[in-house]
Design a protein around this ligand. Structure first.
Ligand code: HEM
Length: 374
């Protein structure tokens, strides 16, 4: 008798019984998740360009539309938060595929799986770091901004590879099938409800007509001293000390200094502009102060000059900031001395702060000490 070689047994893999672990559900959720990721990626690039532009882009940054950053960063955080339940639902739908056997069927399949690993890891970390950033909580040793930026590229690259690899399957399940699965309808309705609930209870931090429903976002745009939230108080900035007899120091071809009383005697302008924060909240206020363009002209700055702004803060990444020429020349850009009709409090930047249109909140420098023509 011939000896019988026993066939190797497959590993004891879990059984997945839900009919929803199938490609049509993966495609419906994938479309929404992909759209949220792309919107997040594009608005994230805009935020990055406005905060930390490469030298070639700086002169082209526009100070209009006035509410540009408020809208793009609001959309960034809204789509990022909506992606959290979408990602959970998508991963639940497809996770049995991660147990397929054999785990690798050749070089191309190995590459596809590597792409999936990068995509899922980058998405999870991206959403986790973004979510904690809205709470201004950074419990990790790496810099948030650079890490979040590069994870965005990894996730978007991983998404493109994933969609290309699944292209045929996606195309086959793109259209609604003639006979719908009742469980799928119920599942997708629950996911839509979760996305709706997350959006409606957080978007009010930047969308005015939803502000009454803003119960889960860390900020209410109408709560704070002088009717405006404060992201970084004077104490958090290292107890900023405004010297007695503070003077604004303007450095240019004709340098000069002005006391607060002298600044208040210059022509004052009132503008309605938002503070729009990278964390996703924004709030409009009425600012009164001196036009930056007038201060630059008085210093003999040539047309098209930009500005270096130094704060009284002892340190911090935004103690010294740059303002491109178009912002400096904009008639809405002020060195503000008042907000909503009152002299600025210490937490809003007393004695003077920058307010400019279409600019991230971190660059609306508080406690201004010095302006330099560049
Ligand atoms: C951030 C976005 C996404 C993540 C994190 C993600 C994640 C995953 C994972 C982990 C798998 C299982 C791995 C595998 O099948 O080898 C998968 C499968 C799949 N994904 Fe995505 N995906 C995303 C976006 C998309 C998009 C935009 C679409 C289509 C519009 C899509 C359609 C599919 C399809 C058709 C499958 C196969 C499902 C099956 O065979 O049952 N995914 N996805």
């Amino acid at each position: 008798m011939e000896p019988v070689t026993p066939k190797p047994l497959p590993p004891p893999l879990p059984a997945f019984r839900s009919p929803l672990h199938e490609p049509r559900t993966a495609v419906v959720l994938g479309r929404l998740l992909g759209a949220a990721l792309l919107l997040c990626f594009l608005t994230g690039l805009i935020s990055h360009a406005l905060q930390d532009p490469p030298a070639w882009l700086t002169p082209h940054l526009p100070s209009r539309p006035v509410n540009g950053y408020r809208v793009t960063q609001g959309l960034h955080v809204i789509s990022g938060l909506a992606a959290v339940p979408l990602l959970g639902a998508k991963l639940w739908t497809v996770y049995p595929r991660l147990f397929e056997w054999p785990p690798v069927r050749g070089a191309v399949h190995a590459l596809e799986r590597l792409g999936i690993l990068v995509l899922v890891a980058a998405m999870l970390l991206e959403l986790f770091t973004g979510l904690l950033n809205t709470l201004q909580w950074y419990p990790w040793p790496f810099p948030f901004r650079q890490t979040h930026f590069w994870l965005g590229w990894l996730a978007t690259g991983g998404l493109l590879i994933h969609v290309a690899a699944k292209g045929t399957l996606i195309a086959r399940h793109w259209r609604r099938p003639a006979a719908g699965l009742p469980q799928r309808r119920a599942f997708l309705t629950a996911v839509a409800a979760a996305v709706g609930a997350v959006t409606v209870t957080t978007a009010g931090q930047t969308v005015p007509f939803l502000s009454g429903l803003d119960v889960l976002a860390p900020r209410r745009p109408d709560i704070g001293p002088q009717g405006l939230p404060v992201n970084r108080t004077a104490a958090q900035a290292g107890t900023v000390t405004v010297p007695d007899g503070w003077q604004l120091h303007v450095v240019g071809p004709r340098p000069y200094r002005l006391s607060l009383a002298e600044l208040a005697r210059l022509p004052q302008y009132e503008v309605e502009l938002p503070i729009a924060c990278v964390e996703g909240w924004s709030a409009s206020a009425r600012w009164t102060g001196v036009r930056i363009a007038d201060l630059l002209e008085r210093a003999g700055a040539p047309g098209g000059s930009g500005l270096r702004i130094t704060s009284l803060e002892a340190d911090g990444p935004y103690r010294v900031t740059q303002m491109p020429a178009e912002y400096a020349a904009d008639p809405l850009t002020l060195l503000a001395l008042k907000v909503n009709g009152e002299v600025l409090t210490a937490d809003h930047g007393f004695p003077a702060r920058i307010i400019a249109p279409n600019r991230p909140g971190v660059l609306q420098t508080k406690w201004v000490a010095r302006l330099e023509v560049v």
